[in-house]
Design a protein around this ligand. Sequence first.
Ligand code: TXA
Ligand code: MG
Length: 339
Amino acid sequence: MKTEFLTMENLGKAIDALRQGEIVAFPTETVYGLGADATNTRACQKIFEAKGRPADNPLIIHVLDLSGLERLIRGPLPETARILAETFWPGPVTVVLPANDTIPLAVRGGMPTVAIRVPSDKIARSLIEGLGRPIAAPSANRSGRPSPTRALDVWHDLRGQIPYIIDGGESLVGLESTIVDCSLDEPVLLRPGFVGLETLESVLKRKVLLPGANTPHKAPGMKYTHYAPHAPVIWINMKEDHLIEEALRKLDHEYHRNIALLAPLKWQNYCAKFFLALGDNVETVAHGLFSGFRELDRHNPDAIVVIWDENDSGVGLAIANRLGKASLKQFGRVRQVRE
Ligand code: TXA
Ligand code: MG
């Protein structure tokens, strides 16, 4: 199949393709999505096939507004979901609620719930509006790879498998949406994202739980290996410069000087073979992490080393979550074991 790039100017082709049960990659403010008519099981199956995605991993459903959500859920709208929607939509927050049967079970990965979000990106909204139906869209990467933040990233993963990629420039946020399960009594943060835990708690005026031994909730997708470029990722999660230098020296030796470094600018002159600045505040790090993985991977390094001193405020929790899952090895505070 030939894969064609489209822009805002020729969205009609993409909308026609969606109507005919095809899949289309498009930009959102978080990352690029791979979309299909969410009410069409066969069309959504093409998403699973193109991504190599396990069938038990449900898709996020994109709608235009709160009334779009109300058409997809069973029972009354819980207060938590209403507050999140009113505060953050359109924007990078996804809510999980009990599903009615509008979205086929296979699209929901067999779950009794459905994950819904309202994107702010203009192209994403035009597609939903043009199709006149909700759009199911996971991130538009091959399963296990970093989420794409540019049209070209999608091309590298999915060329030849999808008819269209809509180019809307770089994604604003660079990491996927915050997912909050609102289906039971207490809200649970299933996946951290741009909107941080403390912000959620302050607008909801209540505690938001993290998935753990005491909560039944989980995002099925979070158990799979994730976000990894081809080169192994090594995360130096440390504060003190001398400890970081020591770790870098060790790695440089271990990987015969063929390392790529994704780090704050001050490490630029360290002797890594390839360097890319990661910025030094949480927003720029979030924005540059996945694109940095993909950029550095092109040089075929033996390892991609990331220097990021963990910080749980705002989107910091999401960065730590993604790095914890992407990295093969960690120096300093060890965050999370790869499942
Ligand atoms: O920012 C985003 O959310 C992007 C853009 C394209 O919208 N989408 C995205 O989708 O990141 P995806 O499929 O890569 O990640 C969706 C996550 C998976 O971990 C999946 O298991 C979880 O959401 N999920 C979907 N439906 C769920 C449900 N009913 N209950 C719990 N988790 C769910
Ligand atoms: Mg994904």
